[in-house]
Design a protein around this ligand. Sequence first.
Ligand code: ADP
Length: 302
Amino acid sequence: EVIVVGSINMDLVSKVEQFPLPGQTIHSHDVAFHPGGKGANQAVAASRAGAVTRMIGAVGSDAFGQPLIESLKQYGVSTEGISVVAGVSGLAFITVSGSGENQIVLCEGANGQVSRDRLNSLADSWTEATIVLLQNEIPWAANEAVLERASEAGARVFYNPAPAAAVPDHALAKVHTLFLNETETEAITGQLPEDTASLEAAAGQLLRKGARAVVITLGADGCYYADAEGARLRLPAFRVQPVDTTAAGDTFIGAYAAAVQDGKQPEEALKFAAAASAIGVTREGAQSSVPSREEIEQFLIG
Ligand code: ADP
């Protein structure tokens, strides 16, 4: 089983010609609601890629809470671990201008109430067969409870410290695989991943602190993998025409987890993840762009 402990958001996207100035009221010519949040996106990606997937998190008692749960169910994710708490759901107010720039106001809402106590009470959830996915959109104390309990039980924790924040060394020692994009790599290691030497330096730093494996994703340049056993892999991305790269990283991580859960070795799992995210970037949206296992396998056959 893949268990995702993380954020569940509704993205409220409005398109405008130009951003409003302070005090100004303008009209939007296009408004849409999309279920999002890094945790939920990764859960959808793992489930669509074929893993039995459970989401643990929280939504609000507002009008968005139930639709967010229903959307996850529709993608095959089990939702019994999602609590409904008083107040607003996680919301992202996204405004996109005519030139394609965006402004985002993020409100953590119910995600801020995923607590250490609640996660300690779920201790029975983790076993050696579990892969747990974590990100940085719930309180750090909750992530820490998961790292402790899950690693005690021998579960593999895949951690994506996004949005980027420093990762304490004691936490790194409990991580099985760390996933970083270029921004997160620079913020966390101080190394801009430009060439083999800087990739090796960044990954080496994290492996020395106790992570068992590190995956650095490089957008259209593919990814880099390093592990504590000394394996090093540099894989290209698949060449596609991207239309919307939102959640490329989330799709990659969810698909990688599903592949590892399925018994695939790192190289094959990375190819599977690269195929999933390549398909994803050719489609609009976040969760709605995530491909199914059949689509990924078909893409890999060519
Ligand atoms: P994030 O979305 O977290 O910033 P990346 O941009 O590094 O993550 O993308 C994650 C993965 O998605 C890449 O390693 C690659 O496999 C795939 N990907 C991203 N952008 C493209 C693209 N333009 N073409 C093909 N694959 C892509």
